[in-house]
Structures are given as C-alpha cells and as structure tokens.
Design a protein around this ligand. Structure first.
Ligand SMILES: [Zn+2]
Length: 589
C-alpha cells in the first residue's frame, strides 16, 4: 500500500519542484512551497483499526491486521506497521487485540420502518410465548394507552394457539370489550382481533373471504372467530388510524440506532407500499431521513407489488423509482408475495398438505401473470424479490425467472427469493442456473415447536427433509444471502451466522441439530451476511468486503469468530460500527 504513504508522494512533488536537495528544508516545508494547487502531502487516515484480525471477504487478500479509512473510504488493508504510517495526531485509533474486523453486515430482507414503529405500539414479541403472557401484556397496554382509540400491535406466536395457530376473539373480549383491538402475528400473516374491531369493520358470518385471504370461522356456526389470514387482515386494518408522524419518526430512529448496534450498515426494506396514502408513508419517510443525513445506512427499497392489481401497475412502480431513487436510496426492487405460510395452510405446495387431502394451497399470483410481470420488470432493469415459502411457490418463481431469461437474455437484475422454506429437490440446482439468490432467515432453521408441532404434521417427513435447504443450494453453487425478516425474528447477524453454522437454537442451545446436512461453514455464513447480501443489494461495487477504494463500512467484534466454538458465535459483541468511515456505534465499556 506504498502509494498511500506520504513519503512517496512527497518525493514525487519534491522532484517536480527541484526543491529536494541536501540543503533543502525538511519535506514538510516543501509541502507548503507546493501551494494550495497541489494535493495535501501528509494524508493521515481519519480512522485506523488495528491489532485485530481483519477478515476481508476479498478473495485476493482474505486476511489483514489493520484497516485505515479516510474521507469515508478504505485507503489501506494491511499490517499494523503500514497503518502506523497513516496514523497522525488527529487519527482515531481503534485497537482491538483478539478481535475480528469484518465488512459492515448487510440484511437482504427485513422490515426496518414498520419494525421500528411497532416498538412504540403494543408489543407482543415477548417471552414466554403463551396466551396468558399475551393477555397480560395487552391489559397493560390498554391501561398505559388510555387515549388510543384502537389498541394495536403485534408479535404473538402461532405456537401459543394449538393446534392450528388460530386465536379467538373471546380471549380479547374478556379483557378489553369496549375498545377495538388488532394484533398481528410475529410472521405478519395472521391478525387477531376482538369483537369490537369486527363490529367497526362490519365483519359478520355473511362477509365473504377476500381473494388471497381467509376469515377463520367456527366450523359449526360459521361465525368469524377473530382471526384473519393474509389479505383478509386488511378488512380490519383499514379501520385502524395511522400512527402519528412522531411515532413514525421515533420508529425510524430506533431502527437505525438498533441496526448500527448490531453492526449492520446496509439493508433491503422488504415491502414499501407505493400508495401515498399508506399509513407509514414509507417512501417519503426514507427520503426524508436520507435527505436529513439521519439515515446513515445504504438502503435498498423493495416496492410492493399489489396482488389485487395486474400488469398495469408497472408504470406506477417505474414512477416511484424515478421519484425516490438516488443517494443512499436504491429504489430499484419490486417485491411480490407468491404465497403465505405453511401453518395456516396459505403456503403453495406442489403436492397436497399431508393432513388436508385435496388441498395444496394457492399461489397468490397466477403463473402466467407472474411470468409476464417478471419479464417486464426484468427488462425495465428492476430486481424482482419474491416471497416464497411452499415448494409450489418456489417452482412458480423459478419458472418466471426462466421465462424472463428466455425473453430478455441474461440481465443484471440479481433477482432473489426470500425465505425459501421448502424446495423440491428438482429445483435445487436452478438457483445457480438462473443466477437467483436464495435469501434465507437462518433463525428459522431450528427444530423448535413451531416446526415439529405446526409444520411437520402439515408437510410430512419427506418434504420436511427439504426445510431451509441452505447447504444443498450452496453445494449446487447457488448464492446464499441472509435476510432476517425483522421483526419476524431478530435482525442480529451473529445469531443468524451461528444458527446457519449449527442449525441449533442459538440462545439456549437446547434443540437438536436440525437437518445437519444443511449446515454451512463459518466462511459461507459470513459471506451470506456481507458480500453476497451486498451483491443482492447491488452494493458490492462499494461495500460488502474490506478493499481499498470501497466505502468505510466496517464492524469490529471483540472476538475472533474463527477461534471459538460455533455455539459461541452469538456471544461475541460488536465493539464499534463504522458507516462511510464514521463511527456510528461504539459500545459503552
Ligand atoms: Zn418479510
């Protein structure tokens, strides 16, 4: 890295000026002689990180001892001695013996804005995940929020409502009968309401199920029970007043700080409505935070495809891209929901549900519409990001990418499939063939009650083998990226990395290893959380690895993950997070 050393630069200028002789002034003086037209001679770094192991994710130079950053960019990846040469009186030095320096983490699928705003609602993402705990928390919210017309929030787990994950309005009516309530499940696919909310929304036994949605009903009386699946959630949600601007802003700030504390510097918002009347005004909110300088996060925005509309919506997506692209915002992705989730049988499978002969779930978009949509979006330069859970949804999505390739040839769309819970073995190799990244949420790949009690009985043992087949796709040369789906699950990348390596629940460590053949290596998991996610985010030219010339997006851990047992990975602590060379998070000692 000699070219960045001040001495080389000085001698070059000195020769030009012929001012460098035995009698000449010290070199620092000749800088002054050069005048303001010349580049400054002593280019000390703004920040030096040293005395740690640096794992760069750059195949040309995988390891180093030190990194130096100047003007927001990485200017040195080298040794402590080289870094010393760039250390001046104003350089911030971060020395972390025994630590590990990595590129800033990237999350390829999460819900940053809504998850932040939810923190200021009635939060049911609590332990234990049991009915009584939820009811206690809701009672406390009702007392704490006496002025709110609606009590709303989310985070409850379907595992608390055996056998089918469907909660009942009577539980809520018993604690708050007079104010309407709506609570989303932690996976966002089911809403639980009380009778008051249904009365306001005009839901009765005679209300038909909407397209792509289901009102859960008592099998005998046909009366709605207070649980709404998929698009049926909107029947109630349309009546909930939007959060005030102050709550939206508080939520966005919460998210940025929280993600920085986890070492995250780039993210892909998984679903932003382009409807200007949408409650969170997502596009405007991101734009405002980007313009004010508060965002401090490379942000890819997935514009939400409206399944109630057809191809005619494409021109609105193009308009939204024109209006909201630029700076830290990359608004060049379209997100399509192909199905729901397995447990309430809204996932689209290739074969019947094991406990429901004759029913295999439904695709939310017809294959011929999806093919045409993907081909047109691909041709327009959009990335297409598709929610797929069932193996039927995975198949339909891959077919659509194949169709688009047939029409457009190979493009730079870098399309990806999010979640990928079940994959038919015949489709494993198609991820690599079609250059479609599989974006997994590794925290779901553990053998917990959710999988054993709610999922396994629905799919049977044969398909269960192909649950989150991360290693199978990697072995077939498919690209793996991580997307936490926060706040469905924790956005902590260290939890995801540990779980991908162990397939064991990372906090208690008590679950059996889930499908051990689907574990991946630490190197593969780190790539999924950095350079591969950067590829998906179209950010790999400027981030995702530690290389000279890339942005100074770096995370410093207190522990070298390569020197510990995998079960300890998530115990490592983020010491500092740098975004564009600036320290945006530093751990309090
Ligand atoms: Zn999601």
């Amino acid at each position: 890295m000699k070219i960045f050393q001040s001495s080389t630069c000085l001698s070059f200028v000195a020769l030009l000026l012929a001012a460098c002789g035995p009698q000449s002034e010290p070199q620092a003086e000749s800088v002054a002689v050069a005048g303001p037209a010349e580049a400054p001679m002593t280019q000390f770094a703004d920040v030096v990180v040293r005395d740690a192991k640096v794992y760069t994710l750059d195949a040309q130079q995988p390891w180093a001892e030190a990194v130096a950053l100047r003007d927001g960019l990485i200017v040195l990846v080298g040794t402590n001695v080289e870094a010393q040469d760039l250390t001046g009186p104003d350089t911030t030095v971060i020395s972390q013996p025994g630590g590990l320096v990595l590129p800033g983490f990237q999350d390829a699928h999460l819900h940053p804005l809504s998850s932040g705003v939810d923190q200021f609602d009635c939060n049911l993402d609590i332990q234990p995940q049991e009915q009584q705990a939820y009811l206690d928390a809701i009672s406390a919210c009702a007392t704490r929020m006496p002025d709110r017309a609606w009590i709303s929030g989310g985070g409850w787990s379907v595992t608390a409502f055996p056998p089918d994950g469907i909660p009942n309005k009577a539980l809520l009516d018993a604690i708050v009968p007079d104010r309407p309530m709506l609570f989303s499940s932690i996976d966002g696919h089911t809403a639980w309401t009380n009778s008051k909310a249904m009365e306001i929304a005009g839901i009765t036994a005679g209300t038909p199920d909407p397209v792509n949605g289901r009102i859960d009903r008592d099998p005998v009386s046909g009366e709605p029970v207070g649980s709404f699946q998929e698009s049926a959630m909107a029947l109630i949600r349309a009546h909930v007043p939007p959060p005030p601007q102050s709550q939206i802003d508080d939520g966005m700030r919460y998210t940025i700080n929280y993600l920085h504390s986890l070492g995250i510097t780039s993210m892909q918002e998984a679903a932003a409505s382009i409807d200007p009347e949408s409650p969170l005004h997502a596009l405007e909110t991101y734009r405002r935070f980007a313009d004010s300088g508060e965002l401090q996060m490379n942000t890819v925005i997935s514009l939400l495809w409206d399944n109630d509309k057809g191809l005619e919506q494409i021109h609105n997506l193009v308009r939204a891209r024109e209006q909201y692209n630029g700076g830290l915002l990359n608004t060049n992705t379209v997100k399509i929901f192909m199905d729901g989730v397995v447990e309430p049988s809204t996932a689209a499978m290739l074969e019947d549900y094991s406990d429901q002969p004759g029913y295999k779930g439904e695709l939310q978009v017809k294959p011929e519409v999806l093919n045409e949509a993907v081909a047109q979006l691909d041709e327009l330069g959009f990335q297409v990001h598709i929610h797929v859970i069932g193996d039927g949804a995975v198949r339909a999505a891959l077919d659509a990418f194949e169709f688009a390739r047939g029409r457009n040839g190979v493009t730079n769309g870098r399309h990806h499939l999010a979640h990928v819970e079940f994959v038919d073995p015949a489709d494993i190799s198609r991820f690599a063939e079609l250059n479609v990244t599989a974006t997994f949420s590794p925290l779901w790949a553990i053998e917990d009650a959710y999988l054993t009690e709610l999922t396994l009985p629905r799919v049977g043992p044969e398909r269960y083998r192909w649950t989150y087949p991360i290693n199978s796709i990697a072995q077939a040369k498919g690209r793996i990226a991580f997307g936490s789906d926060w706040n469905v699950s924790s956005p902590d990348p260290l939890l995801a990395i540990e779980t991908a390596v162990t397939r064991v629940e990372p906090l208690q460590g008590k679950t059996p290893v889930f499908m051990p053949q689907e574990r991946i290596t630490l190197e593969e998991a780190l790539a999924a959380a950095t350079i591969n996610a950067a590829y998906v985010n179209h950010l790999d030219d400027r981030s995702g690895s530690i290389e000279v010339g890339k942005r100074g997006d770096v995370v410093i851990l207190d522990t070298n993950l390569f020197e510990i047992e995998p079960a300890g990975i998530s115990d490592a602590k983020v010491v500092a997070t740098l975004f564009g060379g600036e320290v945006v998070y530093a751990r309090q000692p």
